[in-house]
Write a protein that binds this ligand. Structure first.
Ligand code: ADP
Ligand code: ZN
Ligand code: ZN
Length: 736
């Protein structure tokens, strides 16, 4: 029987809260629901606060009596901020990661948009009128300090964006000032760039493999397809991206490019700028809130044709999207591993490409095992670039047996000799050590005391130049003690960090300029650029650094790479440790010998017979990956199984475990879903809290997700949940 369709009266709104639901509101008095579009933001009262929410649906009724619903205060966007495809994408993410949609939307938006800044509207600019100036001088506004403060702010003039920063109640204040005719405004429309992009610099002539890869992607434009551009470092992957982007722009479409870290962004951004005469929207964490908002607006309005950014840029609005490129797709930083909403930007990029009907290109010299698996099962097409572009040749890798050679502070004699030779030939040398600071341990050799972190199950790292002991897990800092606090004896730093290696090498190679790359010496993108300039100009001859040195930089004059401490990861319990180590070694090796000069890579180890190292050396990354995938299959680890990790932390171990025990007790997993735990986290006490975890595992992804969808709301309702901080991590990067 057909019911008459009554018009919608209720708005269903997503709010940035951990509650897994939408909230029902009524429109403002005398405004029809139809004037409040789905996808637009609104100001609304929530408890005693004013919040910004996003309308996700119109409804006829509410579970609550209509009389009890509150009214929305004000509409912010006159057209949807989140269009239909964006909403569909965000809902998918919310369901897959079992995370409340309100928090997912919040994670997808720049902070100023979350707080209600204008996104689509022209920017209104205000300034003080002569009447307003008089009021400021003669004290008319003495009794209205907020209004007066705002008026003062408008003396130099301000846009609606500035005012959103000034105060959340600026609209109301301004309305009063406007009524008094103390302020005048004018509109500055959002500039739309309609001119077709121009190619600025000619591309290089592609090699035959580059050409084949480019042709395959070009043919696929206009529909979903997933490509793995598996190319050794320096094989010209970036050149292929640029050609694909050129084609996409030529079709009047736009490109979304994801990069792992800010450290990489300047290089890729400058190559994009060099090549294309078009507006670029850079979205990364080093932007101010305001810059980020402006870049987002450029993306949303279509003014920008290339959107390039880190993890959260996967959510950037891109009208007429033509392709998504994920550079260095293996990089762990694509996975958000903190806070509540833990997503993989790489995995979401594939989903977004699918939903948008465009190709996605994942590029890497060391593809994630998941991506190689996708190729093996036919979900992605592998495009191989096995040769370096131009004249560059591949570096040779060899192992240095630490048990057989004398060592000086972590540097073996053969490595030091090799350094001498390469430096004497006028080349540069890169020393990789994955530990910053001076030394990882401060020890009293008389009584055995070791400087501990008081908040973590961890030792403090010595930072000699700063004169501190620092915890690399919680950030705690204390001054470096002059003597043992227990017995008064002298203390010894044990082990090596970048700072100490710098000290040792500066003495050993006195007069040879050295540059250090780690988070202490490079804190800002400008520092990085300055350091890179010292290397590329040839001024600095020795490079010492952490992981930072493995990422995407070109050092054409480096001919020797030394890897100091590969052994840490060889015996790690984590299923991903071997993959990470192989990737690090291959990536850091890839920095060497890029130009015509051949490169040499020396890896120091106490375990030269270890199968991982042997495999990598004799069969390269591909060979390693094949063996590693077989091991994963046998052990039922991803990609052969799906994981979700429930983490809990609390002031006491009992609370942290208590919640997980309750969670386990009420779970009714189907036969193919297994629960393992709860167990203490690998570092059980961190930042003063106790951490524990419970792992859900299944080879059947759909079964796992059906189970999670039932289980999670039950966890929300547990009284024990209130005593802990907990989160679910779907597809966790680490499980120990
Ligand atoms: P990747 O992104 O794979 O590391 P790049 O695209 O950065 O590689 O290329 C590495 C180097 O080789 C760069 O200096 C680039 O200019 C050069 N190069 C790339 N493609 C070609 C080509 N077809 N002909 C000559 N040089 C090239
Ligand atoms: Zn002592
Ligand atoms: Zn600590």
């Amino acid at each position: 029987m057909d019911k008459p369709v009554s018009p919608a009266t209720v708005l269903r709104v997503a709010l940035d809260t951990p509650l897994r639901r939408l909230f029902d509101y009524l429109p403002p008095e005398d405004v029809p629901v139809s004037a409040l579009p789905i996808g637009a933001r609104v100001h609304l009262p929530f408890g005693r606060r004013q919040l910004v929410g996003t309308i996700l649906a119109h409804a006829q009724t509410s579970e609550l009596p209509l009389a009890r619903l509150k009214r929305i205060t004000e509409l912010i966007d006159t057209e949807p901020l989140l269009d239909e495809p964006s909403r569909q994408f965000l809902s998918w993410a919310s369901e897959y990661y079992h995370h409340p949609i309100g928090e997912v939307i919040a994670a997808a938006l720049p902070r100023m948009l979350r707080e209600g800044a204008p996104a689509l509207a022209a920017l209104t600019h205000w300034r003080v009128t002569p009447a307003g100036e008089t009021a400021l001088v003669d004290g008319t506004l003495r009794c209205a300090p907020k209004q007066r403060e705002l008026l003062q702010r408008l003396v130099p003039g301000a846009s609606s964006l500035d005012l959103a920063e000034f105060s959340p109640t600026w609209r109301a204040l301004l309305r009063k000032l406007a009524e008094l005719q103390y302020v005048a405004s004018h509109e500055e429309p959002l500039a739309l760039q309609n001119d077709a992009p121009v190619r600025r610099v000619e591309g290089l002539t592609l090699g035959s493999e580059q050409q084949a890869a480019f042709a395959a992607i070009r043919t696929a434009l206009g529909a979903f397809a997933s490509f793995l551009l598996d190319g050794v470092t320096g094989s010209g992957k970036t050149e292929v991206y640029l050609r694909v982007i050129e084609d996409v722009l030529g079709r009047g479409q736009r490109a979304l490019v994801l990069v792992p870290e800010i450290g990489l962004t300047p290089q890729l951004v400058s190559r994009l700028r060099e090549r294309f005469d078009t507006v670029l929207a850079p979205l990364h964490s080093a932007l101010t809130d305001r810059e980020r908002l402006l870049a987002w607006r450029d993306a949303r309005s279509g003014r920008a044709r290339i959107i390039v950014g880190t993890r959260s840029a996967v959510f950037a609005p891109v009208p007429d999207l033509g392709v998504i490129i994920v550079d260095e797709e293996h990089d762990a930083s694509f996975k958000q591993h903190e806070g509540g909403f833990r997503y993989s930007a790489r995995d979401l990029a594939i989903v977004r490409a699918q939903q948008s009907g465009v190709p996605v290109v994942l590029g890497s010299a060391t593809p994630a095992l998941e991506s190689l698996y996708n190729v093996a099962v036919g979900k992605a097409t592998r495009l191989a670039l096995p040769q370096r572009a131009g004249a560059a040749s591949k570096p040779t890798l060899s192992l240095l047996d630490l048990r057989a050679h004398a060592q000086h502070r972590g540097l073996s004699a053969p490595l030091l000799l090799a350094m001498e030779k390469h430096l004497a030939d006028g080349n540069q040398v890169l020393i990789f050590i994955n530990r910053r600071g001076y030394a990882p341990t401060l020890l009293c050799s008389a009584c055995g005391w070791i400087a501990p972190c008081h908040a973590c199950d961890a030792r403090l790292t010595v930072h000699r130049a700063a004169g501190t002991l620092t915890c690399h897990h919680c950030g705690a800092q204390e001054p470096l003690p002059a003597s043992c606090p227990r017995c008064g004896h002298a203390l010894h730093p044990v082990g090596q960090g970048t700072e100490r290696i710098e000290e040792v090498l500066s003495k050993r190679f006195a007069g040879v300029p050295l540059v250090r790359f780690d988070r202490d010496s490079v804190q800002h993108p400008d520092d990085l650029e300055a350091a890179l300039l010292r290397v590329n100009s040839g001024e600095a001859r020795i490079l010492v650094g952490t992981q930072m040195l493995t990422k995407g930089h070109h050092f054409p004059q480096v001919t020797l790479v030394g890897v100091l401490n590969a052994d840490q990861s060889l015996f790690s319990a984590d299923f991903r440790a071997a993959e990470r180590l192989a990737q690090t070694i291959v990536q850091v090796a890839g920095r060497a010998g890029r130009a015509a000069k051949p490169g040499e890579v020396l890896i120091q180890t106490e375990y030269p017979q270890h199968p991982l190292l042997q495999n990598l050396l004799t069969r390269g990354y591909d060979g390693f990956a094949q063996v590693a995938l077989t091991e994963r299959a046998e052990a039922r680890w991803p990609p052969y199984a799906r994981l979700a990790l429930l983490r809990s932390s609390a002031k006491t171990t009992e609370q942290a475990h208590g919640f997980l025990e309750q969670a386990r007790a009420l779970a009714q997993p189907p036969p193919h879903v297994k629960l393992l735990g709860p167990v203490p986290a690998s570092m059980a006490r961190r930042a003063g809290r106790h951490h524990a975890q419970l792992l859900a595992e299944s080879a059947d992804r759909a079964a796992l997700h059906r189970f999670l969808a039932i289980w999670l709301p039950q966890l929300d309702a547990l009284p024990e949940a209130r005593a802990v901080r907990w989160s679910l991590d779907v597809d966790p990067q680490e499980v120990f």
